[in-house]
Design a protein around this ligand. Structure first.
Ligand code: NI
Length: 238
């Protein structure tokens, strides 16, 4: 049930049945030498579409840009400033709330979005209208985290993870026509956070953070995807 493929009378009818809406949110940013620039919004969007279909919940247009300032030293990365991102999220929420949507499920694919999403939710929570916000970071769902830990251990890393690269391999095989092996560099460096774009690139020269995405496979991706869809669908059915 994709909102962007519906008409307004259909949305009006939907709102008489439920006030839930799923909003996929990600980022457009480098994912190391082998991961796709669109990894974060593609994974969130594809998972959201399946969850929407299973739970008969509308899925809004994906938010493809996020808070990725620290990736800006890598070509192809684009970012909104945190304050811009918060404003954008607030105005999207306010628009949907105007029509009667009350329960918001943000299916998120990017760690850098967590803080500004939470800020936007806090700013929208008033006593005038009973809105409910659910931040669903797909890779942190217990069944997903457990699977990734068993499959990849520490080599899953923190950015350009084996898990997220696997999901994109399952969904976009054509983008992975040439398999590439990578060396594994565990993240041991102590560094402050956040880092500026230049500091990030100096600390993580190829863009990965402690991951070995050459362990990623489409087969793992299909399993991770199915676990994420199943677990998030359960959340929505409550
Ligand atoms: Ni990512």
């Amino acid at each position: 049930m994709e909102l962007y493929l519906m008409t307004w009378p259909e949305v009006e009818t939907y709102l008489k049945r439920t006030q839930k809406i799923i909003i996929p949110v990600g980022s457009t940013e480098q994912h190391g030498p082998t991961g796709l620039i669109g990894t974060d919004f593609l994974s969130a969007w594809d998972i959201a579409k399946d969850v929407g279909q299973l739970t008969k919940t509308v899925v809004a247009s994906p938010i493809c840009y996020g808070m990725a300032m620290h990736h800006l030293a890598f070509p192809g990365s684009a970012s909104l400033k945190p304050s811009t991102f918060v404003l954008m999220i607030k105005e999207i929420i306010e628009s949907y709330a105007l029509h009667g949507f009350r329960q918001f499920y943000f299916i998120n694919g990017h760690g850098g979005n967590i803080a500004p999403l939470t800020t936007a939710f806090s700013e929208c929570l008033t006593d005038k209208q009973a809105l409910e916000f659910n931040l669903v970071n797909w890779w942190l769902q217990p069944s997903v985290a457990e699977y990734e830990e068993a499959a990849f251990g520490d080599a899953n890393g923190f950015h350009a993870t084996c898990g997220e690269v696997s999901v994109t391999m399952a969904c976009y095989p054509q983008a992975f026509a040439v398999p590439r092996a990578l060396e594994y560099f565990p993240t041991t460096a102590q560094h402050p956070w956040p880092l500026s774009p230049a500091q990030f690139r100096a600390t993580f020269p190829d863009g990965r953070m402690g991951s070995n995405p050459s362990l990623a496979t489409a087969e793992h991706g299909r399993k991770i995807f199915a676990l994420a869809v199943q677990e998030i669908s359960t959340l929505l059915r409550v």
